[in-house]
Design a protein around this ligand. Sequence first.
Ligand code: UD1
Length: 341
Amino acid sequence: MSKRIVVTGGTGYIGSHTVVELQAAGYEVIIVDNLSNSTAAVVDGIEKISGVRPVFLELDCNDKEGLRRLFQSYPDVRGIIHFAASKAVGESVHKPLEYYRNNIVTLLNLLELMPEFGVQGIVFSSSCTVYGQPDILPVTEEAPIKPALSPYGNTKQINEEIIRDAIHAGLPFKSIILRYFNPIGAHPTAEIGELPNGIPQNLVPFITQTAIGLREELSVFGNDYDTPDGSCIRDYINVVDLAKAHVLAIVRMLETAAGSPLEVFNLGTGRGVTVLELINAFEKATGVNVPYRIVGRREGDIEKVWADPRHANDVLGWTAKESVEDTLLTAWNWQKRLRDR
Ligand code: UD1
């Protein structure tokens, strides 16, 4: 059986780490990426780690004919992991149509082509954002989906519904939807990591850029939430741990008859950490001070969310292994590598 997997968004943050883990598990990877939020040099980083250069095609998944040519050139593709998407929450509010096109048309193109080329399964990158502020914590996969707070969040919900309807209609493929909590850190080799575009919107890249002196101080968005220290709680998950879950999902979906045609898994640690605790953990792990100031709440922020990962633990056989401190150290080593480049 072919071991060929297409990874869309494979030069991106989570995508690149997943390509490395897929290669380690013996899969042959074709990366499809339009480089809108990454660079082709990421392919070099992947090769340095794994010793194998993945096939790389600079292609936008909105280009259906381009995708068709890809599947014609590689008729033995077994599965897809679909990371390619726009992901800046704030930007999505100002450019909704761009977000709907990038995040929805791309999935439709892939789903329409899969039966044509006998592609047997698709793993989809979703987000805990679909739960909004959950009523019960930790949050399980059965928790209700709450109205999205941004076009970005809405695209994730719509994508999940499109996949659900396609499977319900009996289209001849399987799917696993992975709901990520907050991915952080970098590969332990510091050959690949997160490459934020402009001013980072996410917490950890902002912390590492502040620690290295690129930013003056970190703004902590609110200390009046109903949490032990008043700052928001998230479930920060190591990106390599997260990447490994994708390999298990591919194996389960393509190599076993287990499960149903559509499965959904939370990928988190099960531990909630406040923003202030995360800053302290970073300082403890690295010995580097992070100047910060408490400012007002950020619009649209969820107060607290962390995963119940038992379904992934029990069914997928996956557990988050790395500690927050060790993970923050990998993020710091990556930031230093970027400086020294
Ligand atoms: C956000 C999205 C999530 C998306 C993810 C991907 C929401 C509710 N969630 O996650 O759907 O998948 O981005 O990019 O929009 N913080 C600060 N100062 C900063 C930056 C962040 O205090 O400079 C705080 C935030 O208030 C939050 C925590 O750090 O409490 C994490 O923020 P962030 O890294 O942006 O992730 P989310 O907002 O959880």
